[in-house]
Design a protein around this ligand. Structure first.
Ligand code: DGL
Length: 259
């Protein structure tokens, strides 16, 4: 029986979950990873929960077959639609995304926070419950980041088209007085520079990925499965995609070189 995890599986509807893997690699650099981009079916945002559950099962089966024994659902939409089903049906641990409403609501000075996410995430019970808990700490305004996922999937992270697309969804939140912007979709951190530029220096942009990475570390530490044997922290990452892997490959090289 191994004393460490053989492989950590990470998946998303596309390249977005690499923004979560980037944070995981900072604190768990010695593990082996398999990342699955389900980009043949991207975006998940407007798909039914049943469809996403079916994809999540298919991907989980594949990751398990490849040797993964813990899975990070690096997608807010899939977490909302499928993580409770996955936890019921499989005996491995799943780590999901948390909407970062709490840190935003508790730190906001204007008393207004903005949440950018997909339609599926904003309708999910997890998000609605969290929103209910913090509704007295801050007014919560939300918008779907229209077109954001598609830009990232095209590998387009800056420039006039990105500015225009980001502005259209972000501006209404800023006009409401939001001083915290929660990135409720794992694709959006790849547009963070543009989001911050438009929002200005007084607005804090919050990405939940570092907290999700810490949660993975907590779970693995509790299970005693953190790998400590490798001498050099070498990223050992296999990337698979159900569609064209070009953008995911490019973003993977980018997050590795940023480390
Ligand atoms: N990256 C995803 C999320 O965190 C899914 C985006 C999509 O496919 O619509 O929600």
């Amino acid at each position: 029986m191994s004393i460490f995890v053989d492989m950590i599986g990470v998946f998303d509807s596309g390249a977005g979950g690499l923004s979560v893997l980037r944070e995981i690699l900072k604190i768990l650099p010695r593990e082996r990873y398999i990342y699955f981009a389900d980009n043949a079916f991207c975006p998940y945002g407007e798909k039914t929960p049943q469809f996403i559950q079916d994809r999540a099962r298919f991907i989980t089966d594949y990751l398990l077959e490849q040797g993964a024994d813990i899975v990070v659902v690096a997608c807010n939409t899939a977490t909302a639609a499928a993580i409770s089903t996955l936890r019921q049906e499989y005996s491995i641990k799943f780590i999901g995304m948390e909407p970062a409403v709490k840190p935003a609501a508790l730190s906001s000075e204007s008393g207004v926070i903005g949440v950018l996410a997909t339609a599926g995430t904003l309708k999910g019970s997890k998000y609605l419950n969290t929103k209910g808990i913090y509704k007295n700490d801050a007014r919560i305004e939300e918008r779907v980041g229209q077109g954001f996922v598609e830009l990232v999937e095209r590998g387009l992270l800056d420039g006039p088209e990105v500015e225009e697309t980001v502005r259209a969804s972000l501006k209404p939140l800023l006009d409401e007085g939001a001083d915290r912007i929660v990135l409720g979709c794992t694709h959006y951190p790849f547009l963070r520079e543009v989001i911050q530029r438009i929002a200005g220096p007084d607005v804090e942009v919050i990405d939940p990925a570092p907290a999700v990475a810490r949660q993975l570390l907590r779970v693995m530490t509790a299970e005693g499965i953190v790998r400590e044997d490798a001498l050099e922290p070498l990223p050992d990452i296999r990337l698979e995609a159900s569609g064209d892997p070009t953008t995911s490959n490019r973003l993977l090289q980018r997050i590795i070189s940023e480390k």
